[in-house]
Every structure is written in C-alpha cells, then in structure tokens.
Design a protein around this ligand. Structure first.
Ligand code: SF4
Ligand code: SF4
Length: 80
C-alpha cells in the first residue's frame, strides 16, 4: 500500500531526501507518487518518510491496496 501525505504537512522538506525511490515532491501539502512509493520495501525495514516526519501526517493511501510482493516488484521495476 503506497503512503500519502495529509493536509497536516508543515512543508518542512524532511521526508524528501530519505526516500529511496524519489517518490516525494514539494507542494502544499507535499505529495507522494503512489506509482513510486513501496513503503520502503526493497530498501529499508521501515518507511523512512514516516520516521523523519515531525508532523505525523503520512498515512496509508486507501486507494492503493498492495501486498508486500506487489511492493517488492514495484521497487525492482523502479530500480531495474
Ligand atoms: S514509504 Fe519510503 S518509498 Fe514511500 S514515500 Fe516514504 S520514503 Fe518514499
Ligand atoms: S516530513 Fe512531514 S511535514 Fe515535512 S514535508 Fe514531509 S510530510 Fe510534510
């Protein structure tokens, strides 16, 4: 399941660099591209953006139901 950023985002920029898939772009709020977000599967044990976000505004995107296998496959496609 890709993640998404809610309106509580304070546009601090802390989540952008830690993302292994370059999935996050600036905006108000910042935006996660669901085609690129793998919940960090393939690169890290935990979602790096959630770890770095001081506002607790990153949540699962309910429109993107994906299994762990789906997310791993997405990661491998992005980094092929
Ligand atoms: S969970 Fe990982 S891949 Fe998804 S947006 Fe956050 S840092 Fe990027
Ligand atoms: S770390 Fe959180 S508050 Fe900062 S830009 Fe990213 S989503 Fe917004």
């Amino acid at each position: 399941m890709a993640l998404m950023i809610t309106a509580d985002c304070t546009v601090c920029d802390a989540c952008v660099d830690p993302c292994p898939n370059e999935a996050i772009t600036a905006g108000e709020p910042y935006v996660i591209d669901p085609m690129k977000c793998t919940e960090c599967i393939g690169a890290h044990d935990d979602p790096q953006c959630i770890e770095e976000c001081p506002s607790a505004c990153i949540i699962p995107n309910p429109d993107w139901e994906e299994s762990e296998e789906d997310l791993q496959a997405k990661y491998e496609m992005l980094h092929a």
